[in-house]
Design a protein around this ligand. Structure first.
Ligand code: M6R
Length: 615
């Protein structure tokens, strides 16, 4: 969603702001803008659409200033046009804002009665007018912002500039993340350390309700205040995000780079959990008595939810524990009955997804034990959970989640074995062989990636399709859902994933010559039944793409008459335990190459945001 950058420097900041915003593009946006203070004036440039439009504007109308703020906006209140783009400003202040001001309508009416004139449809503009109003009443910038904060309801992060205080930038967070970057003669603030990664790794994460005053004089210092207005110190950390980790390298898209990073990040994630000498899985700082648990509920959104669906198969089979998987955006609308002996596992790549955070708050209100699985250890979800497990996927920039998903699966697979062993459900021999299967996975994935050109060819027959069906049975069913989600997100082809057994209960009515069907059909305990579904699809004239292994491929060739309707992709044969991870790779590659042929914006698909921080 929206991205914020603020810079206090001894150099001109215009191009810095644009560079920082480029690294925030992945969050998803539809307009952008920057503002600086120079010669006791606020200078502002904004543009609808992509950053290129703003850059073109700045070429003709550059702005000067060594202090500035920038923003990429994902429209909520008001259309994605220039008037609604941030920064919003009065003569005295300029503001960029992430999140939503829930009481903006009432505040706007009050301010209008006082004579304030509004120029946009946004909720943000009330913040500008409130601060301006307090400044007019004689408050200093810090006081004016603090008073404004008490007027606002909602979740937000802000960065603010002042015409009459050209050395000061104030930023604050309440429900939306904000991180400070510190360097000699330069200070940064952003919604994501990615924005300033090439310039500094020294960071400080603001806590909920914190406010920071960045000052150019004396000597580029900052002062932090907590939610009660008291000065406070927060720990400085070294960010793992470097300039290199956020570059596209030789790849045409972040998504492709991230697909190809999977052997490495899965190996890193496994190494962080597994002692290779004694095969033991250790969960650092996670102290849960697995034997007392009678139930696990997994709560997540989108792709992370699908990781939860896979985990249900693993936990029930290998750890002998009942699992419910919940969509986070619905969780709090029921009255969930929580067993005191149950554990909730919240899965979120970003750790900032608002619905997952809201579920977490509900769980904490009920004093329920929560384990978070995140890719960003400093994220809000990680901070609020009782226990945290981290995926070592590194920054994921492509909006469509790839390496974060398979890394989540790697952690969940390890967790199922760990719980199974502690509860005495899994036999030692089986445990060892499943650990070995996990160890072999990165190599298997590299093998699949070596044949990525196959998917470029296969993609050709999908480009004219308007609809597409993905089928899986057993543990590959959630991967059918994930494959369909990947395809619709980046190629805009309507796609649905179904459990193969559900085909006859409705979706079969859709099947005709124009609807390609992708079937995940490894030679596992469910294969014979999937083969029947495959026949049913063929009989109705559909084009079929079968993701399978050698043994299953032979069976398919023997038994299916109209093989001319089938494309078969042979993957390495693997234990069904690791099938969901391996079979994710082909569905990612397929979606990527179809989208590439369709010429869509793969890394920033229309309307989507990387971390969904508004409801
Ligand atoms: O950051 P999270 O894992 O909480 O995000 C959840 C979903 O928004 C996310 O997985 C979304 O579905 C992705 N765009 C999928 O590619």
């Amino acid at each position: 969603m929206c991205g914020i950058i603020g810079i206090v420097s001894d150099k001109q900041v215009e191009s810095y702001l644009i560079d920082g915003l480029k690294r925030l593009e992945y969050r998803g946006y539809d307009s952008a803008g920057i503002a600086t203070v120079n010669d006791h004036q606020i200078h502002r440039r904004r543009s609808a659409g992509k950053l290129g439009n703003l850059q073109a504007l700045l070429q003709h109308e550059p702005i000067q200033g060594q202090i500035g703020i920038g923003h990429t906006r994902w429209a909520t209140h008001g259309a994605a046009n220039t008037e609604n783009a941030h920064p919003h400003s009065s003569r005295e202040v300029a503001v960029v804002h992430n999140g939503i001001i829930e009481n903006f309508f009432d505040l706007k009416k009050q301010l209008q009665k006082k004579g304030h004139k509004f120029e946009s449809d946004t909720d943000t503009e009330v913040i500008v007018h409130l601060i301006t109003d307090y400044l007019h009443q004689g408050d200093q910038p810090l006081k004016a912002v603090q008073k404004t904060l008490t007027d606002l309801h909602g979740a937000f992060a802000l960065a603010i500039l002042f015409k009459d205080d050209p050395n000061t930038l104030i930023a604050t967070r309440q429900g939306s993340p904000l991180v400070l970057g510190i360097k000699e003669n330069e200070l940064f603030v952003s919604s994501d350390a990615v924005a300033f990664a090439p310039w500094t790794q020294q960071v400080c994460y603001l806590e909920e309700g914190d406010l920071v005053v960045l000052s150019k004089e004396p000597k580029f210092n900052y002062v932090l205040y907590d939610r009660t207005g008291h000065k406070v110190e927060r720990p400085l950390r070294r960010s793992q995000i470097t300039g290199e980790s956020v570059s596209k390298a030789e790849y045409s898209h972040y998504m492709l780079k991230e697909i190809f990073e999977q052997p490495t990040v899965l190996s890193d994630t496994l190494q962080s959990l597994l002692n290779f000498e004694n095969q033991m899985i250790t969960l650092k700082d996670v102290n849960i008595d697995w034997n007392t648990l009678d139930r696990i509920q997994i709560i997540a959104c989108g792709t992370s939810y699908y990781a939860g669906l896979v985990a249900k198969y693993w936990f029930e089979k290998w750890a002998g524990i009942a699992v419910d998987v919940e969509i986070a955006s619905e969780f709090r609308y029921r009255n969930p009955v929580l067993s005191p002996n149950s554990l909730s596992i919240l899965i979120s790549q970003s750790g900032e997804t608002i619905d997952t955070l809201a579920a977490l708050s509900l769980l904490k209100e009920n004093e329920h034990q929560v384990l978070a699985l995140v890719n960003v250890p400093e994220s809000s979800i990680a901070r609020k959970a009782d226990h945290v497990l981290q995926t070592l996927a590194g920054p994921e920039i492509g909006v469509a989640s790839t390496k974060a998903f398979t890394s989540q699966l790697m952690v969940l697979a390890c967790l199922s074995l760990k719980i199974g062993r502690e509860r005495g459900v899994i036999k030692p021999d089986t445990y060892d062989s499943l650990v070995q299967a996990l160890v072999s996975l990165p190599g298997m994935i590299s093998h699949v990636l070596q044949n990525s050109e196959d998917y470029q060819k296969l993609a050709l027959s999908f480009t004219t399709a308007r609809n597409c069906l993905y089928l899986g049975r057993g543990i590959t069913y959630p991967i059918a859902l994930e494959g369909a989600l990947k395809l619709k997100e980046i190629s805009y082809i309507h796609a649905e994933g179904y459990a193969a057994g559900e085909l006859k209960h409705g979706p079969i009515a859709l099947i005709d010559l124009t609807m390609p069907v992708v079937v995940l059909a490894p030679y596992d305990e469910w294969f014979e039944k999937t083969l029947s579904n495959l026949q049913e699809v063929i009989a109705r004239g559909a084009q079929l793409l079968c993701l399978t292994d050698q043994k299953a491929a032979e069976k398919i060739k023997q038994q299916v008459k109209s093989v001319c309707q089938i494309e078969i992709v042979v993957l390495p044969f693997v234990d069904s335990f690791i099938e969901p991870i391996l079979y994710t790779i082909p569905v990612q590659l397929l979606a990527y190459y179809i989208a590439l042929l369709k010429g869509t914006d793969i890394d920033q698909p229309r309307n989507l945001a990387k971390s969904v921080t508004v409801e």
